[in-house]
Design a protein around this ligand. Structure first.
Ligand SMILES: Cc1ncc(COP(=O)(O)O)c(C=O)c1O
Length: 424
């Protein structure tokens, strides 16, 4: 579900023609729909309403301040993984007590800043980190809340680079070690270990791995409570799928149907950390065709966006649906599916201008005929899009635009050559 649609052969974001934004803001450009962001946030809120969860939007998926402000105003907390993300959350008006802070490599500086800011929960990923947190909290004479991130050893059946809840990952501690962890640290005076955190991977296209992970964790919590530890909260992490491929991902309500009954009556405060389900199909990357070229058997559509703007295809072999912004004569409105092959289309690779063979946005994709100057929309690019953009090949990063109804504004300007050299 999103607020991008074709009207009379032209792609609109809410009530703004995408081509108008591209004409004024230039290309490549990221375009986000405020209504879509809020729709997905509210869908999760409603689906899990019975548990009254704290929803901590995962900043890493799309971190623009204007987007964070929108979500903070809707009541969202934030999931962060660095001092920089904490700074963003606070700058966007986020409530520090609604921030959960994960990450295996928190530095002393980051921990001190987080303690000073009054961060809600530190999601602790190792014994060494807990000891450091306890030391720094004692030094600051501040009580902090900590959740132990456990690996329930569940296979989320997603890309190996985004699988995080199996035994062999660097994240969290094995669930078997959790009791010993509580025995050792569960009565610390300054770092109150009173919650469990899970994040088993992403995107996860079924509620089943969550069910398995939560069941194992509830058993653990029961054992901890039997030992007299007070476990008051369970953070089930992020990873809900999004529609890169139409109808593949369950909706929030489908995850909730299986998860809510497990947690009902548990006496636990529930935290969710959705990222991409909120941000993924709230954003487009719009790019302009520069050249069309044949190389051996292959047809290349060379565009002005590249792996530096959207690295997911190169990094995760991710599939993003791509289609013209303006539909030419006889080009149908797409069924938004990866396997939608328009009649009279040609199989092409959509590639950027970066000097790497892994620089592609799509491979072997059937697209309507595209020529120099045409605009293409890369869909479902809101999550892990701009946030992973780089300046490799000295390419200034693109601007970000936020659309609200019939209004739009640049919420991050295009970088300049001066920006590229500013810190040198
Ligand atoms: C700890 C944690 N929480 C939440 C998320 C958000 O995942 P997603 O955007 O797939 O919901 C991530 C993603 O890596 C994560 O590491």
């Amino acid at each position: 579900m999103d607020f991008f649609e074709y009207r009379n052969g032209e792609l609109f974001c809410e009530d703004v023609a995408v081509a108008d934004i591209a004409a004024k803001a230039g290309t490549p450009v990221y375009i986000y729909s405020a209504a879509t962001l809020l729709h997905h946030y509210r869908a999760i809120e409603q689906a899990f309403a019975e548990l009254k969860p704290l929803i901590c939007y995962s900043i890493k998926s799309l971190a623009n301040l204007s987007v964070l402000r929108l979500l903070a105003q809707a009541g969202s907390g934030f999931d962060v993984v660095s001092g920089g993300e904490i700074a963003r959350a606070l700058a966007a008006g986020g409530d520090p007590s609604k921030i959960v802070y994960a990450g295996v490599g928190k530095t002393d500086r980051e921990i001190r800043e987080a303690i000073a800011a009054g961060i809600g929960t530190f999601n602790v990923e190792s014994e060494a980190e807990f000891e450091n947190l306890a030391r720094l909290a004692a030094e600051a004479k501040r009580t902090v809340h900590a959740a132990l991130r456990v690996n329930p050893d569940v296979d989320p059946k997603t890309h190996r680079y985004t699988t995080t809840g199996k035994k062999e990952t660097k994240f969290g501690v094995d669930i078997e070690r959790a009791e010993r962890f509580f025995d050792r640290y569960g009565r610390d005076e300054f770092a109150r270990l009173d919650a469990i955190h899970l994040h088993i991977g992403s995107p996860i296209y079924s509620a089943d791995p969550y069910v398995e992970a939560i069941r194992k964790t509830l058993d653990l919590i029961a054992r901890l409570r039997d030992k007299g530890f007070s476990v008051t909260a369970l953070d089930i992490g992020g990873g809900f799928g999004a529609d890169y491929e139409e109808h593949r991902s369950p909706a929030a309500v489908q995850y909730a149907q299986q998860i809510v009954p497990l947690l009902r009556g548990s006496g636990l405060a529930i935290i969710l950390e959705p990222g991409r389900q909120i941000s993924c199909n709230s954003g487009l990357l719009v790019t302009q065709v520069q050249y069309v070229k044949q190389g051996g058997e292959r047809n290349f559509v060379i565009v002005d966006a590249a792996m530096t703007d959207l690295i997911r295809p190169a990094l995760y072999e991710a599939q993003h649906f791509i289609y013209p912004v303006r539909l030419g004569e006889g080009v149908p409105v797409p069924q938004r599916k990866m396997d939608f092959a328009p009649p009279a289309g040609t199989k092409v690779d959509v590639v950027g201008g970066v000097c790497e063979s892994s620089d592609f946005l799509a491979k072997d994709r059937v697209l309507p005929p595209a020529g120099r100057g045409d605009l293409l929309a890369v869909f479902s690019a809101g999550a892990y899009g701009f946030v992973m953009a780089s300046q490799y090949n000295s390419r200034p990063r693109p601007p970000e635009v936020l659309v609200e109804g019939d209004a739009w504004r640049i919420v991050r300007r295009r970088e300049t050559y001066e920006d590229l050299m500013a810190g040198e």
